[in-house]
Ligand binder design. Structure first.
Ligand code: NAI
Ligand SMILES: O=C(O)/C=C/C=C(\O)C(=O)O
Length: 492
């Protein structure tokens, strides 16, 4: 695979590239604001062709009919090929997300490979169980795939958040139609050929791209799509869940977050400040589990603000292709305008700007300075809502109970964390935080073995860990007569 592959304006359907009936749409490079190429613009007809290819591949059992061990071997090969093609995948991810290349190489590509490796092992353990009943019958359960899964992924971690759906879906024997975010189709375009090279039968993975919401809607409503796995905004997640619910299709929805990071006065402040900064600048803040809401115990409040004021401006910001870059551009002009508006509104409402607070003009890219805002009104949108940019809001608290109440005061519940040296407090507060994942004295440390997912407005279901398989399987019970009495209706 070439290390600098170019975008294609076609769709991967049934194991081959096919022209999109509506041609292509422009994909921008966030570091320069220029068009880097075109991806295929799928019509309803193309979506239908992709779903039909996936459905045919499901019903003829070319994938679900393989043993778990055979599927596992192919998934392991996929993981190996992803690692072998690290440079091409990392370059693709870096160029269309604006993601710093070093992070793409050490976080995104290995993270995606890990998903296939991990679920390759679980593909061999799709066991049911024998049930002890008083029936004159042999009763057992089977875990079966749903059929065609629609995997809808977002722009911020295109590879990882595609792999976190595709790997468990495929491990369980489903076939897939994948729709990446319109802004970031590049790495997904490399996956189809990797899958084929690994031996995944044609039609088991299909890719449709498109510039708007329609492609996603067509997938969710298609009669041959049996289940949906979605990551994105809470607004769209609600729509997807509503539509799929009406059609009685299971949905896994990993949605927005607004994580609170609690700093207690007993924390080791030097380490805590490093954690605080990486928690809100990681992936330029475009991380659903970003620690963007800092709550600091009053005795160290001004001290923490002072340290942040001195340190945050020094985090390397710039061209994502430079190996030293930590903060790249935001994904699009629209995303930057959203961040800018939320910061400007907070400042108009009385927020104190500790550092940053404005866009950075550089190479025509969508850069925004890492920003720390203090003393915001409790009802400021920047406090209540997901910002998805390199922005930290800081509020003081006095007691542990007040900190927990503030942390739990938004409808979201994806991640939360605390910085403390008190072991009892660490466990006590972890239990009280309303979130799917809690970090203590660290942030954003994730592994494919550890599930994550939301509470409340942050969604349903879990990705990673064995828990992820729940979204991609259903249980069937089989009851087989072992004596004549069992064939009598109602016999027990
Ligand atoms: N939880 C997370 O990781 C993410 C959160 N967000 C939040 O959402 C905000 C907006 O970002 P967007 O990219 O506009 O998110 P979005 O929710 O619109 O997009 C996510 C995915 O859903 C697709 N989609 C959009 N409308 C759809 C529909 N009606 N039916 C089915 N699929 C649909 C998109 O094309 C994309 O693939 C961000 O600023 C951030 O706050 C965005 C992306 C990821
Ligand atoms: O696994 C990672 O490193 C990143 C995961 C990111 C998300 O789940 C998200 O932003 O939605």
């Amino acid at each position: 695979m070439a290390e600098n592959s170019t975008l294609r304006s076609e769709l991967w359907i049934g194991g081959t590239w096919r022209p999109a009936t509506e041609g292509g749409y422009d994909v921008e490079e966030p570091a320069t604001g220029t068009v880097m190429g075109q991806a295929g613009s799928a019509s309803a007809e193309d979506v239908d062709a992709a779903v039909r290819a996936a459905h045919e591949a499901f019903i003829d059992r070319r994938w679900s009919g393989l043993s778990g061990r055979e599927r596992s071997r192919i998934l392991l090969k996929i993981a190996e090929l992803i690692r072998e093609n690290t440079e091409a995948l990392a370059q693709a991810e870096s160029r269309d997300v604006g993601k710093p290349i070093t992070f793409a190489r050490v976080v995104d590509v290995p993270g995606a490979a890990d998903q296939f490796e991990y679920f390759a092992a679980l593909a061999q353990q799709m066991d049911g169980s024998v049930r002890d009943t008083p029936l004159p019958a042999f009763a057992y359960t089977r875990r079966e795939p749903h059929g065609v899964v629609a995997a809808i992924s977002p722009f911020n971690f295109p590879l990882i958040l595609s792999a976190s759906k595709l790997a468990p879906a495929l491990a369980a024997g489903n076939t897939v139609v994948h729709k990446p975010a319109p802004q970031t189709p590049a790495s997904a375009q490399l996956l189809g050929e990797i899958f084929q090279q690994a031996g995944l039968p044609d039609g088991v993975y299909n890719l449709v791209t498109g510039p708007g919401a329609e492609t996603g809607r067509q997938l969710v409503t298609h009669t041959q799509v049996s289940a949906v796995a979605f990551t994105g905004s809470t607004v769209v997640g609600r729509e997807v869940a509503r539509t799929a619910g009406e059609l009685l299709k299971p949905v896994a929805a990993e949605l927005g977050g607004n994580a609170a990071n609690l700093v207690f006065a007993d924390a080791d402040l030097e380490t805590a400040v490093e954690t605080i900064i990486s928690a809100f600048v990681f992936n330029t803040g475009q991380f659903c589990m970003a620690g963007s809401r800092l709550l600091v115990q009053r005795p160290v409040y001004e001290q923490v603000l002072e340290i942040l004021g001195a340190a945050v401006g020094g985090v390397p910001l710039g061209d994502p292709s430079d190996e030293g870059t930590v903060i790249g551009p935001l994904v699009s002009g629209a995303q930057r305008e959203r961040v800018e508006r939320m910061v400007d509104d907070a400042v108009s409402a009385g927020a104190r700007v500790i550092t940053g607070g404005s866009r950075i003009e550089k190479d025509g890219g969508y850069y925004y300075a890492p920003t720390v805002l203090a003393d915001l009104p409790e009802d400021a949108e920047a406090v209540r809502e997901e910002i998805f940019g390199p922005v930290l809001t800081v509020q003081p608290f006095d007691t542990e109970a007040e900190a927990v109440a503030l942390a739990n005061s938004t409808p979201y519940g994806l991640a939360a964390g605390l910085q403390t040296s008190d072991l009892s407090r660490a466990h006590r507060v972890s239990e009280q935080l309303r979130a799917g994942i809690v970090w203590v004295n660290t942030w954003a440390t994730l592994d494919v073995a550890v599930p994550f997912g939301g509470v409340g407005a942050s969604g349903w279901g879990r990705e990673s860990g064995p828990e992820a398989l729940a979204s991609f399987t259903r249980t069937k019970s089989v009851i087989m007569a072992i004596s004549p009495e069992a064939s009598t209706p109602g016999a027990s």
